[in-house]
Design a protein around this ligand. Structure first.
Ligand SMILES: [Zn+2]
Length: 291
């Protein structure tokens, strides 16, 4: 079974109003925990990785491991390059077997962002690779524990989103509606009305970055208004670290890596099931399997 494009998975989610959590990974055991969770939840899976994490892992390893596990488990899986701003990296991901890429020029001005996104769309189309871009800025928090709201001028302007979509023909759009990357507390205030307006005008699958900091009640709402992918990184990192610390403290003499890491995998697995259940992607595999 080959990997799915992200577009295939998100179109089903868009039509049926659920979201697929996209999990970042930079470690084998974390990745296996995610696969185990998605297998148990019977959810389509989006795995994503950033450029520094690819360098740590090795790009061929990333593609091979994800392909193998997806095939063994018969899980509809997309492999996505997260937050890239470099054409060389994007091209190498496309040619190595990624089925989706994000071009993030959101900090540049509108014209630069549109021009670069257009280039990536041209590059990706012949390979049937999905393209995600971002309009507005999600940003990164300086203080993961304090909940400050983001300024309105960083949020996605609905009219700008339409002009951007028309100019670039991008498949999937990340929008800024109140989340910030890196939050450890789940208290961010989301601008649901803004999302409703964007969704009504745009009609393509939307992405919520920084979803670790969103309240669960808000996540349940946004899936009704076009959010089909929610990125999760911080929550898994916190789980990884806390579980490892606890395991080592409780078992000071354990030296077998597999005995240590199985606890981490199990904790990651449970988080993944929780997220997929919350966003209603759990149990959707039959609907997503290619005929
Ligand atoms: Zn992001």
């Amino acid at each position: 079974m080959s990997l799915y494009t992200m577009k295939e998975l998100l179109q089903d989610a868009y039509a049926k109003q659920y979201a697929i959590p996209a999990f970042n990974f930079d470690n084998f055991d974390l990745l296996m925990g995610v696969f185990e969770g998605a297998t148990e939840a019977q959810s389509p899976l989006i795995l994503q990785i950033t450029q520094p994490a690819i360098e740590f892992f090795g790009i061929e390893n990333v593609v091979d491991i994800v392909r193998n596990e997806a095939a063994i488990r018969k899980l509809p899986t997309a492999l996505h390059l997260d937050h890239a701003d470099n054409l060389e990296i994007i091209e190498s991901a496309i040619k190595t077997g990624f089925t989706s890429v994000m071009i993030d020029y959101s900090e540049k001005d509108f014209a630069d962002n549109a021009r670069m996104t257009q280039k990536v769309v041209e590059l990706a189309r012949p390979f049937n690779v999905t393209v995600e871009a971002e309009i507005g800025q999600v940003g990164v928090t300086a203080d993961p524990l304090s909940c400050s709201s983001i300024s309105t001028d960083m949020m996605t302007d609905p009219q700008a989103a339409i002009t951007f979509k028309e100019a670039t023909d991008v498949d999937v759009l990340a929008v800024s509606i109140g989340t910030i990357h890196g939050m450890k507390v789940k208290e961010m205030q989301l601008d649901i009305e803004r999302l409703q307006e964007i969704n009504a005008k745009l009609g393509i699958p939307l992405v919520l970055h920084g979803s670790s900091g969103a309240r669960e009640a808000d996540l349940k709402k946004v899936i009704n208004y076009g959010i089909t992918k929610t990125n999760v990184e911080t929550e898994l990192r916190v789980t990884f670290r806390n579980t490892l610390e606890k395991m080592l403290a409780e078992n000071p003499n354990e030296i077998k890596p597999r005995n240590i890491m199985k606890h981490v995998r199990e904790a990651i697995k449970q988080k993944v099931i929780q997220r997929q259940t919350l966003l209603k992607s759990a149990g959707r595999i039959a609907m997503s399997v290619k005929s």
